[in-house]
Write a protein that binds this ligand. Structure first.
Ligand SMILES: CC(C)(COP(=O)(O)OP(=O)(O)OC[C@H]1O[C@@H](n2cnc3c(N)ncnc32)[C@H](O)[C@@H]1OP(=O)(O)O)[C@@H](O)C(=O)NCCC(=O)NCCS
Length: 398
């Protein structure tokens, strides 16, 4: 089947309409094509592949060149988006062919990681992806934050529109990228869409000349909600400063709604805080993200415990072979299986199984239970040392 890479200028008439049909209310107004043209700059550096049949485009898929932190190392990551097939051409293998070629190309260009938001997780599990945690949404009354109003907290707050504060916000997300496992950011050409839409307030916490906390938000109405995006805080003081800022809205909004990483526990923030915490996964509509390794290069040099295990990788287009994973030096080394010697246990893993361990989302026993590999008790002990559980926080929403 003929697959072609689209030139950027072709997107408004070829791939955007196909994606809009799949992901938006339709049919669209005729003026929508002008709006598609306005999206162009934010897609400039994406790779978009399409399948053509008798001169018509029947399927498309794009990859955004992003960066992601994997256990402390920041690596190029292919964010897969805009996967859609025309309804008359579905179930004919178009997307399978597109994904194969798209991921081949992104891997060859140096992206050892990839992530996406699936329409159905099992569809992408077959392509080696594994589920990551869904961010939580916490909803509470600003009145319950009252004890924070009198707290003496270090640092000062800056408040501005995101259009003005964007460089500060972007710099702080770069800091989070460097420090936080799983955190991913867009390339500049895509990230500046937030600045250009200018439809959020930005509040930042500044301490010793540096930003230590940031949150973007909007207010829907007087007596309504303050709807915040991700609460980004480098430490508990920064988080408390942002919550203190929310507390000052007590006579203005009924509720604060804020997105949190999966390891935040708002019930421990304050005494008497009544809070609803929700992680909603629905199909189709609100998926939890997924990710996978595209290359074993992603593992070399990762900080690790002193485990030693042979892994045999099976059933995948991109990850194959038998490798010794050696954590003896505290930095993971990948060696030929022949160097293992006797007494080193072996695990058989699918790409999703290895990805689950690398991202820290599953214990080796869960990998086996989920059918993502065969892991003996001895191999599980070693794999736990090399890949201790960790909670990735993807952050970027695409
Ligand atoms: C989901 C969608 C992209 C699939 O495209 P497609 O071209 O029909 O997919 P393919 O024919 O390449 O399917 C690949 C495999 O997945 C299976 N598959 C396809 N759609 C599936 C579905 N909805 N559920 C489960 N399996 C599915 C196919 O049977 C095929 O299996 P095989 O490898 O055993 O032959 C398409 O239906 C679509 O555009 N849907 C609306 C938009 C959407 O949901 N996009 C995905 C966003 S992440």
């Amino acid at each position: 089947m003929p697959i072609r890479r689209l030139a950027a200028r072709e997107r408004p008439t070829i791939s955007f309409p196909l994606q809009a049909y799949a992901f938006e209310a339709s049919p669209p107004a005729a003026s929508r094509v002008d709006e598609f043209c306005a999206y162009l700059p934010y897609n400039a550096g994406n790779r978009t592949l399409v399948v053509e049949e008798s001169g018509a485009t029947v399927a498309s898929a794009s990859a955004i060149p992003m960066r992601q932190n994997l256990r402390g190392q920041v690596l190029p990551m292919a964010g897969v988006a805009g996967v859609a097939t025309h309804p008359l051409a579905r179930r004919r293998g178009h997307v399978r062919a597109l994904l194969h070629q798209l991921l081949d190309e992104m891997r060859d260009e140096g992206h050892p990681l990839t992530a996406l938001y699936p329409f159905r997780a099992s569809f992408y599990e077959r392509f080696g992806y594994v589920g990551l945690p869904q961010p939580r949404t916490a909803v509470f009354s600003p009145a319950d934050l009252a004890p924070l109003l009198t707290a003496e907290l270090p640092g000062t707050l800056n408040w501005e529109r995101i259009g003005a504060g964007y460089p500060t916000w972007r710099a702080f997300t770069e800091r989070c990228l460097a420090e936080r496992h799983g955190f991913a950011v867009f390339p500049d050409f895509r990230a500046i869409g937030l600045r250009d839409r200018d439809d959020r307030w930005l509040v930042t916490v500044v301490r010793d000349g540096g930003t230590v906390g940031a949150v973007t938000y909007r207010i829907d109405d007087h007596g309504g909600e303050l709807i915040a995006d991700d609460l980004l805080a480098a430490d508990p003081y920064a988080r408390a400063s942002l919550l203190q800022f929310f507390a000052r809205h007590v006579d203005q909004v009924a509720r604060i709604r804020v997105r949190l990483p999966a390891d935040e526990l708002p019930e421990l923030w304050l005494t008497d805080l009544a809070v609803d915490v929700e992680a909603r996964i629905a199909r189709p509509g609100t998926p939890a993200p997924m990710a996978r390794l595209l290359s074993l290069d992603a593992l070399a040099g990762l900080p690790t415990g002193a485990g030693r295990v042979t892994v045999e990788l099976v059933g995948d287009r991109w990850l194959a072979g038998t490798h010794l994973l050696d954590g003896a030096t505290g930095q993971l080394e990948l060696l030929g299986a022949a160097t293992a010697g006797s007494g080193v246990p072996t695990a058989t893993l699918t790409a999703a199984g290895l990805s689950a361990l690398a991202y820290g989302v599953l214990d080796p026993a869960e990998v086996a239970i989920r059918g993502l590999g065969e892991v003996s008790a001895d191999a599980a002990v070693e794999l736990r040392r090399i890949f201790p559980r960790a909670l990735p926080y993807l952050f970027a929403d695409f």
